[in-house]
Design a protein around this ligand. Structure first.
Ligand SMILES: Cc1cc2nc3c(=O)[nH]c(=O)nc-3n(C[C@H](O)[C@H](O)[C@H](O)COP(=O)(O)OP(=O)(O)OC[C@H]3O[C@@H](n4cnc5c(N)ncnc54)[C@H](O)[C@@H]3O)c2cc1C
Length: 329
């Protein structure tokens, strides 16, 4: 039996989808360990407690609500102190984070404070004989490393979209908690939050990503990707490094080894060759569709569906087809 402490990520006062994924993963971990409680830490400005219900609906037995103006923005020092204090009580076998920018920053801080192990960016896990065994993509996604978490407490982070939020309703139980360090005294302050990518949805929250490459020829042709994303209604637009290096799209849109790691339900690669550094950031997508005029482009090796054709012909037709399908309901 293992109790799990999970960090519920908030941005701009709203609970992120990755928080529900993390609670779902924490619930799975507790069940695989023979049952146990899942407690979610929910920190934010006054009023953030209203998001507790969603966490309870996805399997949190209790939500530890930490409301303070000092948590209006991400506050790594005070959060790490608070999570480390909770993990140090002996109540929890595991602390679980999303492997997002926040989680990648926060989880090693907590691990260092507690002197415990961290298995980062897992795409899945099992529990074998009481030991958590997780999968982690390495070598640009060509190798899957299997990591065993020796001993407890221990920390793990899960890659966004590796776990889909699943309903596991619990009665809403909240506990008001206080920060283990003064949030206003933090030496690290977030002074500005820039939109992570140019789309309306964050790349990590979008179930569909339409990513464009150099095959689009010019920045203005990205409107083909934007129109298809709009037709889906739940899509974000990403890009290759070739494109961001050209200044066609901001660096925050870049997917790959030196960009964002994404794992959407549907990834549409538009005029992208499929260089290994690009694949490193998107190969765990559930379904991959590639559009390229070169039938030998490497992207087709990992694509579930390939369209050999000119993006300037295929994209308008695809957008029209998605719109027509949506119109039919
Ligand atoms: C250390 C390092 C780190 C890197 N990190 C990243 C990273 O994080 N992310 C990343 O993406 N790259 C990264 N790269 C760069 C990577 O190696 C590739 O150069 C880059 O991904 C290529 O981008 P692309 O597919 O848009 O362009 P290209 O490789 O030029 O491919 C363009 C494709 O478009 C097709 N095409 C052309 N015209 C049309 C048309 N009209 N219709 C249909 N298809 C068409 C072509 O057939 C071609 O396959 C990195 C490289 C290095 C060395």
């Amino acid at each position: 039996m293992a109790n799990v402490l999970v960090f519920a990520e908030v941005r701009g006062g709203d609970l992120r989808k990755v928080a529900l994924e993390a609670v779902t993963a924490a619930r799975a971990l507790a069940e695989l360990s023979g049952g146990g409680s899942v407690h979610a830490l929910l920190a934010g400005d006054a009023g953030i407690g209203k998001a507790a219900e969603a966490l309870a609906q996805h399997g949190a037995d209790a939500v530890l609500v930490l409301e303070h103006t000092g948590f209006a923005q991400y506050n790594p020092e005070a959060l790490a102190a608070t999570l480390a204090q909770k993990l140090g009580t002996g109540t929890y076998s595991y602390a679980l984070f999303s492997a997002t920018a926040q989680g990648r920053d926060l989880s090693p801080r907590v691990a260092a404070k507690c002197g415990v192990g961290l298995a980062a960016d897992l795409t899945g896990f099992t529990v074998e004989g009481g030991t958590v065994v997780g999968q982690h993509f390495t070598m640009n996604g060509k190798v899957i490393a299997t990591l065993a978490l020796a001993g407890t407490p221990a920390i793990l982070s899960v890659r966004p979209a590796s776990f889909q939020p699943a309903a596991a309703p619990r009665p809403l139980v909240t506990e008001v908690v206080t920060a283990a360090a003064d949030p206003l005294a933090s030496r690290v302050k977030v002074v500005e939050l820039k939109q992570g990518n140019t789309g309306k949805l964050d790349l990590n929250d979008a179930p569909v990503i339409v990513a464009g490459g150099r095959g689009l020829k010019a920045p203005e042709h990205f409107k083909l990707c934007e129109e298809l994303a709009d037709a889906f209604g739940n899509a974000a637009v990403g890009a290759t490094r070739a494109v961001t290096d050209e200044g066609w799209r901001p660096h925050s849109d870049q997917i790959g080894q030196t960009g964002r790691n994404v794992s959407p339900t549907l990834y549409i690669a538009v005029g992208i060759s499929g260089a290994i550094q690009h694949l490193a950031g998107m190969r765990t997508s559930k379904t991959i569709v590639a559009i390229n005029k070169d039938k030998d482009a490497p992207i087709f090796k990992i694509a579930d569906y390939g369209i050999v054709g000119d993006v300037f012909e295929v994209m308008p037709a695809l957008t029209a087809a998605v719109k027509a399908a949506k119109a039919q309901g």
